[in-house]
Design a protein around this ligand. Sequence first.
Ligand SMILES: [Fe+2]
Length: 335
Amino acid sequence: MSCILKSIVNAPASILIADDDETSSRFLKRLLTREGHSVSVVQSADAVLSACATHPPDLVLIDLVAPQGHGFEICRQLKENTATRFIPIVIVTSQRDKQDKLKGIDAGADDFVTKPFDTAELHARIRSLVRLKRNTDDLESAEAVLLGLGATIEARDPCTRGHCQRLAAYATSLGRSLGLDDDDLSALERGGFLHDIGKIAVPDAVLLKEGRLDPQESRVMQEHPIVGDALCSGLRSLNAVRPIVRHHHERLDGSGYPDGLKNAEVPLLAQIVSIVDVFDALTTARPYRTARPHDEAFDVLSSESSKGWRDRALVDAFVTIVEKKPDQNTRPRSR
Ligand SMILES: [Fe+2]
């Protein structure tokens, strides 16, 4: 690890203490402030949740019995909220009660410290958790950069404005209707934003061309899933999204690109994004054609199923959810 990186991960942390016992919290605050950490103290469950939502700390120390006896519940709520779930939580307890530890683990606690404190151990545990948190922050930042890049690509082509947003909404709606789990839904949502990230390597002359692409231009365009996959490959957090990025132009009969996958080889999440991608492209206006009505887009998808390109059950499921709640899928019907 470089010296600069080492100094960043070992830098003082912002720590929130949740404890309504003033003597105990004052002692802990003094201990941590002496180490250079910036420490705040809150005394109620609401104050903990509000502080974490507005100024997320690097770590939260929650007394087991305080504030107001809601230590486990606060821990559970912080871990259930996607905005705060990566904040490390240390439960402070005055007794070595195994049941409490098990309850704390169930509630999502990352670590425990027991009173009276072993100061050296307390500082070491905090350093370790903060280091992990900062690594997670770095990964999140890198993912945010890629998501921003996805939005930049969309901005290059005014005709595709809102495309990523709609794709994410359509794809997660379809995924939900199929009973997919939260991890898959999260991948579908991020896949909506990242599926065309490889178009960063496609020149404007090709990306924005209104007419048919010539063979050389088609080859350049068809590289975008490979480029996108390579861009996402550096982030483990995008492992579930990469199959969408790479395979959203495959067809079940093997005539798609870039790998010519067939049938079950085409990942389900990529098939979903592919269907909603085609639907959104057809129902969005272009300078050289008007937006096509939903029914016509459904006919195109249906005929592509007949040709063996798509799974008919998936297309039917998508048609059903768009017909059932067109507004919830973020866009009005085109005329
Ligand atoms: Fe694409």
